[in-house]
Design a binder for this molecule. Structure first.
Ligand SMILES: Cc1cc2nc3c(=O)[nH]c(=O)nc-3n(C[C@H](O)[C@H](O)[C@H](O)COP(=O)(O)O)c2cc1C
Length: 344
């Protein structure tokens, strides 16, 4: 079995986690130029933004990089549930003085599509990774047509086997400590979700493709531990969140540096799917898991105006402050330096 360094043509076994909403191409470029695998998250980008970022990467590095997409099935709108969700949030609208009829403004997370594949085909990124399973066989074939290596996240042994059967080149084993959305896609039962230390060796024994460990890895000792468990490399997200190349808001940065960063939870209140972030008011009062929140990604729209208003007053009460359990590796240093510092 090739190592991920050989498979992906990189120098260091470090994949920078794609982080939708807090980064554009600058982070991707910095990490790829340092010898790791920089990643560009496509989930929140318009097609024009995707093209702009891919062109910036192509101009700034000749090294391999990764483009990442969500591949959820968009839910059927459920007006009853959405009305109940808005009713749940109404006291906050009243408190912040937001008109009930204000247009929802949550992030529009779109799954990977033929339109996105058209843009990718202009740039032929060497690696494409997915979250929430895989796109249709037809879409996957389009990505493979230019020779891209395909990665996807597994949060259980069953998901890892499922991905291997569909021909992925490497599997990202995402442990429960990880920041951001859980990549879970075969079950929505949170009791199936386990920590990185438990997950990585089980997936390594179950599949014959390289495994990339993710979740709670924030320093060289963590990378060495993941490799000792049989991982071929690591995917690190949270540790990059204070780097100058990241677009993390000042509110998010302050939360990561504060005592509350030690309190994270899995919550569905910002999007409809479980994701890990720093506990704030909305999570505490409405979540962490709400049975009223509409399905992913619809829950986000009604939270959008609350977030915007609160942030304009300097408050992160209604913002998704994504963070993994281990924020101890967050450092305000260039992402290339942080990448090299992760080497055991
Ligand atoms: C702010 C943030 C945004 C994220 N967005 C994405 C994303 O767009 N796509 C994806 O595949 N994973 C995303 N993730 C999850 C990461 O891929 C990865 O599983 C996680 O960062 C690893 O754990 P760590 O945060 O403890 O390093 C995100 C994580 C964070 C912290």
């Amino acid at each position: 079995m090739p190592s991920i360094v050989e498979l992906l043509g990189i120098e260091l076994p470090i994949v920078q986690a794609p982080m939708a909403g807090v980064q554009r191409s600058a982070l991707t470029i910095a990490v790829s130029n340092a010898g790791g695998l920089g990643s560009l998250p496509g989930a929140l980008l318009s097609l024009d933004e995707l093209r702009v970022d891919l062109a910036a990467i192509a101009a700034a590095t000749g090294r391999p990089f990764n483009v990442n997409f969500f591949c959820h099935v968009p839910p059927r709108p459920d007006p009853g549930r959405e009305a109940a969700w808005r009713e749940t949030l109404r006291p906050y609208y009243d408190e912040l003085g937001i008109e009930a009829g204000v247009a929802p403004s949550g992030p529009a997370r779109a799954p990977f599509s033929h339109d996105a594949a058209d843009v990718l085909s202009e740039f032929k990124p060497p690696v494409v990774s997915f979250h929430f399973g895989l796109p249709s066989a037809e879409l996957l074939q389009r990505v493979r047509a230019w020779g891209a290596k395909v990665l996807s996240s597994a949060t259980t042994v069953d998901e890892a086997r499922w991905l291997e059967q569909r021909g992925v080149d490497a599997i990202i084993a995402q442990g429960l400590e990880a920041g951001g959305h859980r990549g879970m896609f075969l079950s929505d039962d949170l009791t199936t979700q386990v920590g990185t230390l438990a997950l990585v060796p089980q997936i390594v024994s179950a599949v014959s493709v390289p495994v990339i460990a993710a979740g709670g890895i924030a320093d060289a000792a963590g990378v060495a531990a993941a490799m000792a468990l049989g991982a071929s490399g690591v995917q690190v997200g949270t540790a990059y969140l204070l780097c100058p190349e990241v677009t993390t808001s000042s509110i998010h940065r302050a939360a990561l540096k504060s005592e509350p960063a030690r309190h994270t939870a899995l919550t569905n209140v910002f999007s409809g799917r479980p994701a890990r972030g720093v506990v704030n008011r909305l999570i505490r009062e409405v979540g962490p898991i709400s049975s009223v929140a509409p399905e992913f990604p619809l829950a986000g729209a009604a939270v959008g105006p609350l977030r915007a208003k609160a942030e304009s007053r300097g408050s992160g009460d209604f913002s998704p402050l994504w963070s993994g359990q281990n924020a101890s590796g967050c450092r305000e240093i260039p992402a290339g330096d942080l990448t090299r510092a992760l080497l055991p």
